[in-house]
Design a protein around this ligand. Structure first.
Ligand code: FMN
Length: 183
């Protein structure tokens, strides 16, 4: 059985983040053939600055981020929306992962996004923003993965329908076949 590792970028640093908890639920429910690795320390990664991004030396937190994503087979962002776009912490992670130009850790990596917000729209602008940006950074965006879930009328951490949709999103990301998609 092929084993797939998914690196998860959580777009909220809040200690009680619902999106973080959702990522943990997905990790707990991951099928046998899937490992979900939530990337810690995104809040310690400095704002992307080309002066810091030299061939010999980059900040340890950014190096760790690049390394974890490079080793993963897939990348999933689990994120709320801030002011109609993805939160800065996720945007910053994508910037670090987009360099070196043409050879960043996201290049060719199947990428999906899910997330929840306490609004009727579930963060859909943030999710559109994240897939556009990751695509420009060279990721293979798997559009069918996207789930923008409202948390207004449902406990997203326990609702069976919500969890089934999110588990299915993970499965779509895992099953994505880049060669077939290109054919
Ligand atoms: C600075 C800021 C801006 C926000 N802007 C939006 C927004 O544009 N759209 C939205 O749906 N929710 C917005 N929210 C609400 C967040 O979606 C909500 O706080 C969410 O629960 C955060 O996710 P978390 O629980 O994972 O931290 C905003 C929250 C903050 C703090």
């Amino acid at each position: 059985m092929t084993h797939t590792t998914i690196a998860v970028l959580v777009g909220s640093l809040r200690s009680d983040s619902v999106n973080r908890q959702l990522a943990e639920v997905l990790r707990g429910q991951a099928p046998e053939d899937v490992s979900i690795e939530i990337i810690d320390g995104l809040g310690e990664v400095p704002f992307y600055n080309q002066d810091l991004d030299t061939p010999d030396d980059i900040p340890a937190s950014a190096a760790r981020l690049r390394d974890q994503v490079s080793r993963a087979d897939r990348v999933l962002a689990v994120t709320p929306e801030y002011n109609g776009r993805m939160p800065a912490v996720l945007s910053n992670a994508i910037d670090w992962l987009s360099r070196p130009y043409g050879a960043g850790a996201l290049v060719g990596k199947p990428f999906g996004v899910v997330g929840v917000t306490p609004t009727p729209y579930g963060g859909q602008w943030a999710h559109a923003d994240a897939v556009r940006s990751a695509g420009i950074a060279g990721a293979k965006v798997v559009e069918d993965v996207t789930v923008s879930q409202s948390a207004l009328e449902v406990d997203v951490l326990t609702d069976p329908d919500v969890l089934a949709r999110l588990t299915n999103a993970v499965r779509v990301l895992v099953d994505y076949d880049a060669e077939q998609a290109a054919a």
